[in-house]
Design a protein. Structure first.
Lengths: 257, 294, 294, 257
């Protein structure tokens, strides 16, 4: 873990609410080693109502450019201020935080299910799986076509499937209604998105005894294990979503009990 | 107990120090108050435990910890080599709890002091209740004093009409120092869902929002007792630290602001050094209670 | 006393309403609590009387006012025609002061209520002292109750261990309503000059920083008494207002935030109206104390 | 008094710390009538440590352009944020607030003494005196040449004299040491600047029985008479610097007692 200043290299608006920020260390320090599922804590400046840092997943890494991507949806003041950052501006991060998705040790049928901006950590995961020589399917869901982000990036690493609530892209409905889930047998599922979606995916996986990891978005104060505010109730008691998570195996969770 | 400098970190906001070693040099600060420790392990309260508020936060952690035995066996061996003072924050629901927990900490060479937390607003069975009456505060202080020979710091709650009264009561029973303030009992509601933001409905308010009240209490207690006062409540930078010292604090604890900048405490150490140089003051002790009232 | 809507403005932050007529329509709000009024004229405290704090401010005005006779003769004739309720905030140093001041307000047709300020932290001789003990709070309430036939609101101080105790005590003596909270006793220091920022050293803390504590107290008092609770403390927008209502407030007062946006109170009225529409709630009274605890 | 949104037409940096902002009502509403000495209360946004509005004098009015000038020195977060405003950005003002300098009813020798950014309200006053057909002298002081602002603007309305602490412009020293004050007999003095300067000017005027008005910069919470925080102790008791001031006749003050 480090506390480092970054410079915004670019800030691209992907839809009404969501921006992709590409950032690199301000002083060109070497980026620490990072794994998919990990996140950063952003210090939000000029935001009178944002007292604490804001956790944002590591969306992607470009090691050659010493660059991190952050995919941020503006839902409140903190994320709005992050989305308003301009190229050349500075931001202070703690990183990398949390555990990471488990990269399988054998080839198999892997599925990544993301909803809305919950696809953020999955792009980095997709790349790592690809680098490990695995092929994966990506099932991305959202309210509408414009909410399914970074499709061309995902395409490089596997096959894409979509659902949208309004039917504007792919199947109409929720991700768990996609025929893919009936047609194909997966060995492991990774998921991140709104809690109801992750619950549905977890239930699907659990019923079929498919291994599954979810990425939690519990409220956090510190992000590095000091405050004990972000706890998730698991079968082995309260664990910190920021250090022992955000990625958890669904067998640890009590969601389905 | 002699401190390298007056800047320490507050219980429940700094883990066991371990969480911060990547961000700062623990050897630069005066001491670390470790997590609230109880006789038995505690799971703490349900999620959600946190709500952001204007210039502060509410927490309802509820003293989650693995119990004093685990501390002594598993954690102490790791942290005893840290190059700073490690002080254990002791909580309980009964006087017997406090005593039994404190006894287990006797003789741990690298634990020069304990801090009796009679002020936690987040557990039903006690904590704060001890700190809101002179007699119970006195009683628990006396009982622990009888078994713990090291430095005994009693941590006061601000949720009282007259904090000086409680401070005097624990001083009379042998406390070596008082620390203040713990969190203020507060509450947050989500207007849309019409639900409380914390699983426990109420929780403890901390951060810069409480600083003006905490500072006032430190100033009052400084004038009411003759033992050293350890001040805290929203300290985020060296200016805040100097203000607490001027109000009467011999030492300080940095709490919530560690979450925002994990190196806050070291920056405060440096800021105080520069302040002393700039004002040509030899020692920070000259500033204790040195508020000039025109 | 029936209110057009639950949004009113807090004493000491809204002058006599006159100061706000350029910025908003007084006829849009439920009522105005005018400046703290005392039997004799008061010059108030020396300058400086104000310090900005994180998400709030300290004040040490010290009840500057021209006395109740001046109010009755010079101010009442002007404000009596405002199209909203005008409530006088009565302060004093002795029970006799409160009684004598309240008596002079009896029979002023357009003053349907008075608010007994037993919670001002800024005057040495009394004010807050009345509000920090059940017996003196009860005593002053009873004495005023005996002479004032209109609606009697007693304004409580948050600087107490258990505010429900005081609330019950004044309810028992005939208070028609309690309002809370007044300011928290706080302090600010200038690190460079080493001096207090207020001429009086300590002052009253108000603004959003205190909201979580105020909200908790309203919730506690709502569950402790059966008279209506008027809530305040850092209310700045309709969300804050809804939160206080959910916690148990029948009506609200907007204080410090009037300084930042003088039309805050009207914006809150509009925000509440939209909220009710959006949630298809017929009357705001359905929300009083309607916090859902899962 | 009104609460109005304004748009920043331009923001010119005059020295390290001081900016001149020219602003006009956002919706092109007609500006209310304003007088020299009055001020505005600025809502400072994006400033976590700035809870209250900030009072700033009306520096100048250009009625033809429906424009107000604000001369702002960045001394803390609030004024720094104001100085960072860009053309086209919005700011919310309460205005006009306070009383004003007394425009004399007869011609005479008038002197305006300003220190640092305290010259702000004097430019508007200079113009008004000029429009009333009076000539005035301006004695402007500052730490160094770069702190003596808007000289070419002042020049249009009278004769300029300077003092600087480092001697880089005009006489070296404080305004009250300028020989002008020994050489010329004035009928009335208007002054605004740091309190020690105003006290020295008040003493000078008082000793010579010259009429003198000062403009106070007391700390303010509301700025429009509601909070009673800004009081000045005068011979007739506490008065509000924001409504009965900021301009006060030195005979009312207790400074020289
Ligand atoms: C490990 C982790 C990784 C995350 N990764 C991303 C990411 O890559 N991209 C992204 O856009 N967002 C991500 N989030 C969510 C993001 O942190 C929140 O949206 C953000 O903190 C909201 O801050 P705000 O100030 O904009 O909104 P606020 O004004 O604080 O809140 C706005 C609304 O969002 C809700 N909210 C706030 N924080 C959270 C949260 N943590 N979870 C759920 N709801 C919340 C609030 O209750 C409120 O209703 C992640 C969260 C976690 C814990
Ligand atoms: C009627 C009036 C007119 C003013 N006109 C102008 C003007 O035209 N141009 C201009 O640049 N400034 C003017 N000021 C001063 C200006 O309001 C303050 O500099 C500003 O409020 C400081 O805010 P800040 O957040 O930048 O600094 P802060 O961080 O609040 O304070 C920084 C430092 O400045 C001091 N300070 C803050 N406010 C004042 C004040 N009102 N008086 C003296 N010291 C203060 C603080 O004590 C602190 O030491 C005026 C003030 C008043 C009352
Ligand atoms: C998340 C959190 C957990 C805390 N846990 C404890 C605790 O276990 N024991 C204790 O005495 N105080 C605890 N506190 C209180 C702090 O030690 C400190 O007294 C308080 O937060 C005020 O200081 P601050 O405003 O600098 O945070 C906790 C505070 C926070 C924010
Ligand atoms: C400048 C100022 C003056 C006040 N004067 C009085 C007063 O005269 N009487 C009183 O009962 N309360 C007074 N108060 C307290 C307010 O009425 C209110 O209780 C308190 O500010 C909390 O509400 P807020 O956070 O919305 O401001 C004053 C508050 C301020 C800020
Ligand atoms: S957010 Fe602090 S421990 Fe996880
Ligand atoms: S600043 Fe509020 S009365 Fe003057």
């Amino acid at each position: 873990m480090k506390q480092l200043d970054f410079t915004v290299r670019s800030n691209e608006q992907l839809n009404d609410q969501t921006h992709l920020l590409k950032v690199a260390p301000w002083g060109n320090e070497q980026l620490p080693e990072m794994y998919p599922g990990q996140f950063v804590q952003i210090l939000v400046e000029n935001a009178p109502h944002t007292f604490l840092r804001r956790p944002i997943s590591i969306n992607f890494i470009v090691p050659e450019k010493n660059e991190i991507w952050l995919l941020v949806e503006a839902v409140g003041e903190g994320t709005r201020k992050i989305c308003e950052l301009r190229s050349g501006e500075r931001l202070n991060l703690l990183l990398p935080l949390g555990n990471s998705f488990t990269i399988p040790s054998l080839p198999g049928n892997y599925l990544l299910v993301g909803g809305g901006v919950g696809t953020a950590p999955l792009l980095f995961l997709a790349k790592k799986l690809h680098e490990s020589g695995y092929t994966a399917d990506f099932l991305l869901g959202g309210a509408s076509e414009k909410n399914i982000l970074q499709r061309s990036d995902f395409k490089k690493y596997g096959t894409l499937y979509y659902t949208t609530e309004d039917g504007s892209l792919g199947e109409k409905g929720y991700v768990t209604h996609h025929p893919l889930l009936q047609d194909k047998k997966y060995d492991f599922i990774f998921t991140c998105g709104p809690k109801p979606m992750m619950e549905a995916v977890a239930r699907y996986a659990s019923e079929r005894a498919i291994g599954c990891e979810v990425s939690l978005e519990n409220l956090m104060a510190c992000g590095f294990g000091a405050c004990l505010c972000c706890v998730e109730k698991t079968k082995r008691g309260h664990i910190c979503a920021c250090t022992e998570g955000p990625v958890l195996d669904i067998n640890e969770l009590t969601w389905l009990d | 107990m002699k401190l390298r400098n007056p800047v320490m970190t507050a219980s429940g906001t700094f883990g066991y120090g371990t969480e911060y070693t990547d961000f700062m040099d623990l050897g630069r600060i005066g001491g670390i108050f470790v997590k609230g420790t109880t006789l038995e392990p505690r799971q703490g309260n349900d999620y959600p435990r946190m709500a952001e508020t204007p210039s502060g936060m509410l927490n309802a952690v509820g003293l989650q910890n693995k119990g004093v035995d685990y501390f002594v066996e598993q954690i102490y061996p790791v942290i005893k080599d840290y190059n700073t003072h490690m002080i254990v924050n002791v909580s309980g629901s009964t006087v017997e709890d406090y005593v039994a927990c404190s006894e287990k900490l006797v003789g741990l060479e690298k634990i020069p002091a304990i801090e009796l937390n009679i002020s936690c607003p987040n557990v039903k069975e006690g904590g704060m209740a001890f700190g809101t009456s002179c007699s119970s505060a006195a009683q628990v202080t006396r009982a622990v004093r009888d078994v713990f020979p090291g430095t005994l710091i009693v941590k006061l709650t601000p949720n009282v009409t007259d904090i000086t009264e409680i401070a005097r009561a624990v001083e009379a029973e042998g406390a070596d120092s008082v620390s203040l303030v713990n969190t203020f009992l507060g509450m947050a509601i989500d207007a849309e869902s019409r639900r409380p933001k914390l699983s426990t409905v109420t929780g403890g308010l901390s951060g810069p929002c409480i600083k003006p009240i905490a500072l006032r209490m430190v100033w009052q207690v400084y004038h009411a007792v003759s033992i050293p006062v350890i001040g805290m409540g929203g300290i985020c930078n060296w200016q805040d630290a100097i203000e607490f010292i001027l109000a009467g604090a011999t030492a300080l604890q940095v709490g919530t602001c560690n979450f925002i900048d994990p190196s806050t405490s070291v920056k405060i150490v440096e800021g105080i050094e520069e302040y002393l140089l700039r004002h040509q003051i030899d020692s920070v002790t000259e500033l204790i209670g040195a508020l000039e009232i025109p």
